[in-house]
Write a protein that binds this ligand. Structure first.
Ligand SMILES: [Zn+2]
Length: 114
């Protein structure tokens, strides 16, 4: 599978699962890496914070669903590409930037923000 085919296949599989994501490969020495960005950066939305003002993602109503989508995205990408081994098959699932697409990610995000 070429990088281009991989990008296309992973994008389609994520879309089918209702996950909005940007998919591409690294550049230069990172060319083997597959990058998936599902949005939902930490700076967005309201977080459940502890007394010190910090969010513990797996316990936060804003972050926990995003972590679940992140894990699911990785699984889907591994299935589609057959990638495995070191660094989860060199797949990096990022949560950066705003969520602006009408998909499950947005629905979950809005659901936990209220
Ligand atoms: Zn949080």
């Amino acid at each position: 599978m070429t990088a281009q085919q991989e990008t296309k296949a992973v994008k389609a599989a994520l879309r089918e699962a209702g996950i909005a994501a940007a998919v591409d490969h690294g550049k230069g020495t990172a060319a083997l890496w597959l990058h998936i960005n599902i949005g939902g950066g930490q700076q967005f939305g309201e977080h459940d914070k502890d007394a010190a003002g910090f969010c513990t993602p797996y316990r936060c109503r804003r972050c926990a669903p995003m972590l679940a989508i992140q894990a699911e995205s990785l699984q889907i990408a591994q299935q589609v590409t057959g990638r495995h081994g070191e660094y989860q098959g060199r797949i990096n699932v990022l949560m950066q930037g705003p969520i602006d697409q009408p998909t499950r990610t947005v629905q979950l995000y809005k659901g936990v923000r209220q």
